[in-house]
Write a protein that binds this ligand. Structure first.
Ligand code: MN
Length: 130
């Protein structure tokens, strides 16, 4: 089975490194972007299977980057999971409107995280936080 490609979009280097460290042992091909503009560019070029999208990002925030990806036919079907620092339902509602396929609250639970990601990569995907 070909390994799945995951694009990690996170401007905070500590968080980015943590995500890479947690996912690395699971054999995914991992790409990174550090702002919204780079996220859109890398996603268009690499067509990852899943994007983990921080919301607060320089240049273009995670909402706008996701909206752009969902508007373009080539990238519209890529699953995008919001990494949200807030468990507030308002932010989650906003994320749903933009077209995110799910969300995971930060700080991530490093033990549960690989399973959450695996669920999002399954056919049909995970429609809710686990
Ligand atoms: Mn951020």
């Amino acid at each position: 089975m070909a390994s799945k490609t995951i694009l990690i979009v996170e401007d905070n280097p500590v968080n980015r490194k943590l995500l890479l460290t947690v996912l690395k042992p699971h054999g995914y091909r991992l790409l990174t972007a550090v702002d919204g503009e780079e996220a859109v560019a890398v996603a268009r070029q690499e067509l990852p299977d899943l994007i983990l999208m921080d919301l607060q990002l320089p240049k273009m925030n995670g909402y706008e980057a996701t909206q752009r990806l969902k508007e373009m036919p080539a990238t519209a079907k890529i699953r995008v999971v919001a990494l949200t620092a807030h468990a507030m339902s308002e932010e989650r509602n906003q994320a749903k409107q933009v077209g995110f396929d799910g969300y995971i609250t930060k700080p991530i639970d490093t033990r549960a995280f690989p399973g959450q990601i695996g669920a999002f990569l399954e056919p049909g995907g995970a429609q809710q936080e686990r």
